[in-house]
Write a protein that binds this ligand. Structure first.
Ligand SMILES: CC(C)(COP(=O)(O)OP(=O)(O)OC[C@H]1O[C@@H](n2cnc3c(N)ncnc32)[C@H](O)[C@@H]1OP(=O)(O)O)[C@@H](O)C(=O)NCCC(=O)NCCS
Length: 150
């Protein structure tokens, strides 16, 4: 899909991000939590924006040379048009540029769409956290991509 820009998630779009959290997740982050995350210098938050509308966003935090992807969500009206891929691609670019050794994330075992997306970007299943999620209770699959920077 054309016509949107990927860049740092603008703070003024946080209400839209919080609204998307509610649509996309059963345990949504609040606007306040997102605001604190955005202000954290060890976190990178990207948004896909078209004419002031937030189509999707992605967040990552770093600990030393490790990156941990927290949230990635796309407005249901704009899915399957490459928005998450554009966000994840940019996140990987920036992670490589920052010299991170790898990126890791957790995903619900039943979230086959997200797992397929992550596999496309080279993430591989490396583990499982039993009963990690609530609402409903479910295992997390742990996925990692090595960036080979370090
Ligand atoms: C997962 C999510 C971020 C994908 O966003 P998206 O913008 O639709 O993803 P893309 O268009 O970039 O998809 C790229 C590829 O990923 C895979 N994929 C994405 N969604 C899929 C789905 N629902 N079913 C199967 N494959 C899917 C496909 O291979 C797709 O390529 P294709 O459309 O050419 O077949 C979006 O569905 C979402 O916000 N879901 C709710 C929140 C969530 O589950 N986030 C992940 C938590 S770990």
């Amino acid at each position: 899909m054309d016509g949107y820009v990927i860049g740092p998630l603008p703070v003024e779009l946080l209400p839209q991000a919080a609204a998307l959290e509610k649509v996309c997740f059963s345990m949504p982050w609040s606007e306040e939590l997102l605001r604190r995350a955005l202000a954290d210098p060890h976190q990178l938050w990207l948004g896909a924006v078209a004419g002031g509308r937030l189509l999707g966003y992605a967040g990552m935090q770093t600990v030393l040379d490790e990156g941990y992807v927290d949230n990635i969500a796309v407005d249901p009206a704009y899915r399957r048009r490459g928005v998450a891929s554009a966000l994840l691609g940019r996140m990987l670019e920036q992670a490589r540029a920052a010299g991170l050794a790898f990126l890791t994330l957790e995903v619900r075992e039943s979230n086959l769409g997200a797992i397929a997306l992550y596999e496309r970007f080279g993430f591989r299943r490396v583990g499982r956290r039993r009963g990690y999620y609530e609402k409903p209770r479910e295992d997390a699959i742990l996925m990692t991509v090595t960036l080979g920077g370090a």
